[in-house]
Each structure stands twice: as structure tokens, then as C-alpha cells.
Design a binder for this molecule. Structure first.
Ligand code: NAG
Ligand code: NAG
Ligand code: NAG
Ligand code: NAG
Ligand code: NAG
Length: 283
């Protein structure tokens, strides 16, 4: 009896220690130091409250930082437009390794040109690299981010041919935006079975590429705005330059040809600023 009582007492004390150190004390020291180190690579004036001032050492209270309510670990960093410089630069990914629980990293609009493998961020679910200067080599830096659900590469310097295969290791990917890049060939050689949202705005597309998107069995949102696509989507399919299901506000689904998009639950199709002519005929 006495033995189990003291065991319970020890467990209680341990729980108390975990609770106290993990939660009520605010952020962890090594994460605070890591944030202060990270700050040097960005513009101090944007991250002014990231400071080790007396009484402000809880980095979970700092702007642009979000911690977990339960563990006190940093789970989100919002570094949107915090660099300020005009020249593109290289960001050392090891600056982020202390944040082992990081789930969301927003690096939008910082003119970053390169980042080494971000592979140690095992919990990263959201990565926004939009409006930077990344070229195609960024794709190989991302291959081990197996928890990633959302990847935004809008408006970078990707060019030439992009094969969906390059995102193959990102098995949980649900959102991918590679619009606004000089991609002239989008190759679909592989299904990303969980992909719900695909952004291809401004990318050269033709009917055969559009038709190849049918493999994405979970796709619900497709952005093909500003693709400069000229042609007629004639859903009667005669002549048939392309096949398309039009989803009207009432979730109207047009299904006539086998080749027609099989995006059964597509909710949104952004196709503005194209020279498109939608011809709709129900029979
Ligand atoms: C964590 O705390 C914040 C601020 O009090 C609150 O807005 C948020 O909903 C909480 N999150 C969870 C998962 O409890
Ligand atoms: C990145 O930072 C780590 C740790 O400070 C260092 O060992 C490594 O050499 C750096 N990598 C580059 C390419 O500068
Ligand atoms: C792509 O970016 C990387 C990292 O900045 C750089 O080392 C490489 O030279 C670039 N490649 C091209 C073709 O510009
Ligand atoms: C970055 O991308 C994510 C996912 O696409 C989005 O939720 C977020 O708002 C974006 N951030 C900015 C600053 O646009
Ligand atoms: C569509 O574009 C791809 C990639 O540029 C090309 O290989 C293919 O021949 C084009 N198909 C048609 C029907 O124009």
C-alpha cells in the first residue's frame, strides 16, 4: 500500500513539474534564444518585440509567434514581409531546427532565394514560401517534409517543366499553389491522392494538361486564372478542344463524356481573366 502511495506521490510531483515548466512559465529558453538568433536575419524593426527585455521573456507573447497551449512549444511563426532588403538572400534552415513542434511557417514576401533542406521539421503542416525568389531547386529541399498539408509557392522563380512527381514524398499534401511562376509545362505523372486544392494561375495550360488533372481524385478547388488560355470549352464536345464540367452556384454537374473532368466534388473553379468561352448545353 505504502509503496503505491509514494509512487503516486512521485507521479503527481512529476506531473506538477511537467505542467509548470511546460505551460505556466511561457516559452522554452532554447526556443527564445533561437527566435532571437532568427531575428538577426530579418529586419529588427518588424520584429521589435522579439527582445530579451526584463518582464518580456515569454516569447509566446511576442508578435508573430504562436505557442501550443498545452506544451508551451512554438507551433507557428509568421514571418510575412519581415525582411525588408532588396537583395535576394539565402536562409539557413538550421535556424528553425530548435522548433521541433513547428506546424506552420509563413515566409511570404521576403526575397529569399535559397533555403537548405528543411527536413528536420517533422511536424510542419503549413509552409508558405510565396513571393520569394526560389527557383526549381527549392523542390528538392522540401522532399522530406512528410507532414506537410499546405505548400504555397505562388510568385517565385520556378520555370520550365514541373512534374507532380517532384511532390511525391509529400503524401499528405492537400493544398498546393505554384501559380505565378514561369512554368510552361505542368506534367501530371502521378496522383497526389489527398490534394484538395491546386493553384495554377498564370501557368501555360492546354487541354491535354487540363484533362490530365482528372487523376487528382480529391480535388475540390482549382485555380486556372490568368493562364492566357485561349479556346472554347464546349461542353457539348463538338468540336472538342477541351472537356470541362461547369459547376454552377447550385453545384450543377455536367457529365457527358467519359473524358470530362471527373472532379465530382469540385466546388470552385477560378478562371477569370482568360479568354474563355463557356458554352453550356445540357443535352
Ligand atoms: C489557446 O489559447 C488561445 C488564447 O487564449 C485561444 O485563442 C486558443 O483558442 C487556444 N487554443 C486551444 C487549442 O485551446
Ligand atoms: C547553417 O548553420 C549551421 C549552424 O549554425 C552551420 O553549421 C552551417 O554551416 C550553416 N550552413 C550554411 C550553408 O551556411
Ligand atoms: C537556384 O537557386 C539556388 C539557391 O539559391 C542556387 O544555388 C542556384 O544556382 C539557382 N539555380 C539557377 C539555375 O539559377
Ligand atoms: C500563406 O499560405 C497559406 C496557405 O496557402 C495561407 O493560409 C496564408 O494566409 C498565406 N500567408 C500570406 C501572408 O498570404
Ligand atoms: C500541351 O502542352 C504540353 C506541354 O507544353 C505539350 O507537350 C502538349 O503537346 C500540348 N498538347 C496540345 C494538345 O497542345
Amino acid at each position: 500500500m505504502g509503496g503505491s502511495k509514494s509512487k503516486m506521490m512521485i507521479m503527481f510531483i512529476m506531473l506538477l513539474i511537467i505542467f509548470k515548466s511546460g505551460w505556466s512559465e511561457g516559452c522554452l529558453d532554447h526556443e527564445r534564444f533561437a527566435l532571437l538568433r532568427l531575428k538577426h536575419f530579418f529586419d529588427d524593426s518588424y520584429l521589435y518585440d522579439w527582445a530579451d527585455d526584463e518582464g518580456a521573456t515569454d516569447c509566446c507573447q511576442w508578435e508573430n509567434v504562436e505557442c501550443s497551449n498545452t506544451t508551451g512549444r512554438v507551433i507557428a511563426l509568421d514571418l510575412f514581409d519581415t525582411h525588408g532588403g532588396e537583395h535576394s538572400w539565402y536562409l539557413n534552415a538550421s535556424l528553425f531546427t530548435p522548433f521541433q513542434q513547428l506546424e506552420s511557417l509563413d515566409l511570404t514576401y521576403n526575397n529569399i532565394a535559397g533555403i537548405e533542406r528543411l527536413s528536420r521539421l517533422n511536424n510542419l503542416k503549413m509552409l508558405n514560401l510565396s513571393r520569394n525568389s526560389f527557383n526549381n531547386s527549392i523542390l528538392s529541399s522540401l522532399t522530406h517534409l512528410s507532414s506537410l498539408r499546405s505548400l504555397n509557392l505562388l510568385w517565385n522563380r520556378l520555370e520550365g517543366s514541373i512534374d507532380v512527381k517532384e511532390f511525391d514524398s509529400l503524401r499528405d499534401l492537400e493544398e498546393l499553389d505554384i501559380g505565378g511562376n514561369k512554368i510552361d509545362k505542368f506534367v501530371v505523372s502521378k496522383d497526389l491522392s489527398k490534394l484538395k486544392s491546386l493553384g495554377l494561375s498564370g501557368i501555360k495550360l492546354n487541354c491535354s494538361i487540363l484533362s490530365s488533372l482528372t487523376v487528382f481524385s480529391s480535388l475540390r478547388e482549382l485555380d486556372i486564372s490568368e493562364t492566357g488560355f485561349k479556346g472554347t470549352f464546349d461542353v457539348r464536345g463538338k468540336p472538342k478542344p477541351c472537356f470541362l464540367i461547369l459547376y454552377m452556384p447550385t453545384r450543377f454537374v455536367y457529365h457527358r463524356h467519359n473524358l470530362i473532368f471527373n472532379l465530382i466534388s469540385l466546388n470552385e473553379l477560378h478562371a477569370n481573366l482568360n479568354t474563355l468561352l463557356f458554352t453550356l448545353s445540357i443535352n
